[in-house]
Design a protein. Structure first.
Length: 280
């Protein structure tokens, strides 16, 4: 038995490797630049959408871009007992974004979900598709780290007073735990599951916790929305994009009960530490 895994060098992949147990099958991992050999992982040099010939596997997991994986799976002819893949709750939260690039991302994700589900159904593969919310941790986050970088530079980080939309950030290790749970279940658990973090909190509180961890001494400065937008215009590309700004006051919270019932996952609160925001 073996598991074939794509995206094992990413932040979720790091968490998955750290949580492997002696009872898990060996892993065959596909990567453009395979790291040093590990006892439990055999590396295959390649990349989606054309990684080259790969042996059969009892399960296949995708931890990277869903569209590239769906394309490969469609043409590969692979027919494992189960497929576990990561999508994103962006299919919900970014559907009405003012940013054309984000709307295109939603269309890409939706199409990839449909194509992968159809290919799995046609071959009798059980598909578990997990849609994480905002993924953080392991010092590799690029979303929340942007606010920390601004806080370090400005010391007073302005946010609009309306930035109270609900969020459920999920640690990369918890995403990895969900993938492993889906791979380990004695009987596959097919379905599409939103995967929120274990705590629901307001956007400004989420940012405040990031500042306490990664930019000690920096403080939030809540300002009127027009003043905030004017300040961001001065930052140019260094500031968050229009889609992020439009969602600051929107609730992006999802029901954790279905994935909890299916996989029995722990619920970690949002508690970032300095190691989550290294000074680059």
């Amino acid at each position: 038995m073996q598991w074939l895994v794509f995206g094992l060098t990413g932040m979720v992949g790091e968490g998955l490797r750290a949580q492997l147990s002696p009872g898990d099958p060996p892993l065959l991992a596909v990567s453009r630049q395979p790291p040093a050999d590990e006892e439990r992982v055999r590396w295959h040099s390649g990349a989606l959408p054309a990684p080259g010939p790969l042996p059969a596997a009892d399960a296949i997991a995708s931890l990277g871009p869903l569209d590239a994986f769906a394309h490969w799976f469609e043409v590969s002819g692979a027919a494992p007992a189960r497929v576990v893949a990561l999508g994103s709750t962006s299919v919900h939260g970014k559907a009405g974004s003012p940013d054309p690039a984000e709307r295109e991302l939603v269309r890409t994700l939706e199409a990839a979900e449909r194509r992968l589900a159809a290919a799995c159904a046609g071959r009798g593969c059980a598909l578990t598709l997990l849609r994480p919310t905002l993924v953080w941790g392991r010092g590799r986050d690029r979303n929340l780290a942007r606010w920390v970088a601004l806080g370090r530079r400005l010391r007073w980080l302005p946010l609009p007073r309306t930035a109270r939309g609900l969020r459920q950030p999920i640690h990369a290790d918890d995403v990895a735990a969900a993938v492993l749970a889906a791979l380990r279940t004695p009987v596959p658990v097919p379905g599409l599951f939103d995967l929120p973090g274990g705590e629901t909190l307001a956007y400004d509180e989420m940012v405040a916790r990031c500042l306490r961890a990664g930019a000690p001494g920096a403080r939030l400065l809540r300002v009127p929305a027009p003043l905030f937008r004017a300040g961001l215009a001065l930052l140019g590309r260094r500031g968050p994009g229009p889609g992020v700004l439009a969602r600051l006051d929107q609730d992006l919270a999802y029901d954790r009960a279905p994935v909890q019932a299916a996989l029995g996952l722990p619920a970690r609160p949002f508690s970032p530490t300095p190691v989550d925001f290294p000074d680059r």
